[in-house]
Ligand binder design. Structure first.
Ligand code: GUN
Length: 296
């Protein structure tokens, strides 16, 4: 069967590359006028393979944009006090404009306390309780928006979707994506429903969405009959599944059954190549802003 393709593919790689090129130009311009080179410190605790891949990509993107990349890799059994002491050292280091502690942290570490220890002016992930708290309140602005949610909003903007009054459904309520995306959609005057594992009649709730953001981490959970014809579908999921036909024996898929969705959605992000590259571009953009804040 040949699936009829109707959806516009939202090319996160192309948009992210545009942003990254702009970042590189702005960094170069700073240096020309004698300002500091922006610096991002990445902290990775433990052995989560996906986290290692993500942090490597972030560091590489920094270097390409002319942002200095600092890297601290700590064992999974690092004591809380040691991790917080590292954060304090990075807070005090003027060469470090942004601090990124890759999540999730290994069991036994108190994530909230670590995030709270980050100087809010260096919180380029936007996960400090103060930044998230401001995001959750009307008329208050966080210093930084979390990178993935900010990338989702930019993709929506580029898709030309009118968010005001739109029915937006967010599938997933994580601190990193689902909740902050929902808050940003509310701020954009969408009517927002957040779905989770206890949601009743999930398929039909999703099928009422003009904008569907899938961020649950379940491979290809969203099928074509979960999607309203013409809806904008943003797939945040990155799931590795077995694929005996591929060279590696595995491949990446999103939370949306992409081939099916192509025939129903108005616009959709691919996995890989949709939201992922936008996350990295937004992180660089936040780091540059942190350097500008430090300029005074
Ligand atoms: N883990 C998954 N996404 C992210 C992210 O954007 N930032 C951090 N620090 N950890 C993550």
């Amino acid at each position: 069967m040949v699936t009829k393709t109707t959806a516009t593919i939202l090319d996160g790689v192309a948009i992210a590359n545009e942003i990254r090129a702009g970042m590189a130009e702005k960094v170069a311009a700073r240096l020309t006028v004698g300002k500091t080179r922006p610096g991002l410190a990445a902290v990775l605790v433990g052995n989560d393979p996906a986290s290692h891949v993500y942090v490597k990509m972030k560091r590489k993107a920094c270097e390409k944009a002319g942002i200095q990349s600092f890297y601290h890799e700590l064992p999974a059994d690092t004591p809380q006090a040691e991790l917080e002491a590292l954060v304090a050292k990075l807070n005090a280091d003027p060469a470090v404009n942004g601090i990124l502690v890759q999540l999730p942290l290994p069991k036994g570490l108190d994530e909230e306390r670590v995030l709270q220890a980050i100087d809010i002016r260096k919180d380029v992930d936007g996960f400090h309780p103060l930044n998230i708290g401001r995001l959750a309140q009307k008329g208050r602005k966080p210093l930084f928006l979390p990178a993935t949610p900010a990338g989702v909003m930019l993709l929506l903007e580029r898709s030309g979707v009118k968010l005001e009054g739109a029915n937006a459904v967010v599938l997933g309520r994580s601190n990193i994506v689902g909740m902050p995306v929902a808050l940003l959609l509310i701020e954009a005057n969408a009517t927002v429903t957040v779905c989770h594992s206890r949601t009743k009649d999930l398929k039909n709730v999703c099928a009422a969405a003009d904008v569907l953001v899938a961020a649950v981490g379940r491979p290809e959970m969203v099928r074509n009959d979960w999607i309203k014809p013409g809806a904008v579908v943003i797939d945040v999921g990155v799931n590795r599944i077995d694929d005996p036909e591929s060279e590696k024996g595995t491949r990446l898929v999103g939370d949306v059954a992409y081939d099916e969705a192509l025939g129903v959605a108005g616009a959709i992000t691919p996995v890989p190549g949709g939201v992922g590259p936008m996350t990295i571009a937004m992180l660089l953009s936040n780091t540059l802003r942190a350097a500008e804040l430090a300029d005074g």
